[in-house]
Design a protein around this ligand. Structure first.
Ligand SMILES: [Mg+2]
Length: 178
């Protein structure tokens, strides 16, 4: 059961995701979480490094932002600024339920086994995507406050990562990440 939560890759930050490695796996589409993966919680600001990464990724992959929130406009503003479509879901359509992933894949026309989900939460982004057959990439959460419900889950996530002996690849400064 716990294996369902275990990411295929774990990196320090979105910009540490190796696009060559994803392409080598036959991946054609990327679903990307918004809060604490692409931006800080509920933020519309994407760091320069992540913008560069998204621009490079767009040249090689079909991208879609998939976000659990009721605040559609903030996510759309981020997507518009990056030239990336967005899927926003809440209720039973949100991650980890299948609807969010299916909607994202339908938006970019990519099959689950040719797609990767990149996100910061094991119980939503990773578990839901693995159930749908996607490759999964966990990022360390962007610094700053977050949804109170998510804060409660973080100790469990850290415990699992320790238990698996997983350490993030890439830059690990831990701060300076807006
Ligand atoms: Mg997130």
């Amino acid at each position: 059961m716990l294996e369902l939560l275990r990411p295929d890759l774990y990196v320090a930050s979105l910009e540490d995701v190796d696009l060559d490695a994803l392409a080598a796996r036959g991946i054609k589409g990327l679903l990307i979480d918004r809060d604490k993966t692409l931006t800080a919680w509920r933020s519309r600001e994407v760091s320069a490094a992540r913008r560069e990464w998204v621009a490079a990724a767009r040249e090689r992959f079909a991208l879609c932002v998939v976000s659990n929130t009721i605040f559609y406009r903030g996510v759309r503003a981020v997507g518009d600024s990056l030239g990336v479509p967005v899927v926003v879901r809440w209720g039973l359509g949100r991650k980890p339920f299948p609807g969010a992933f299916r909607a994202g894949l339908a938006r970019i026309g990519v099959a689950p086994n040719e797609a990767a989900m990149i996100g910061d939460q094991l119980l939503t982004d990773i578990a839901g995507a693995k159930l749908q057959g996607l490759f999964t990439v966990l990022v360390e959460p962007v610094q700053g406050r977050e949804f109170p419900g998510t804060e409660l889950i973080r100790p469990l996530e850290r415990m699992l990562l320790r238990r698996w002996g997983l350490h993030p690849q890439g830059r690990s400064d831990g701060d300076q990440r807006p």
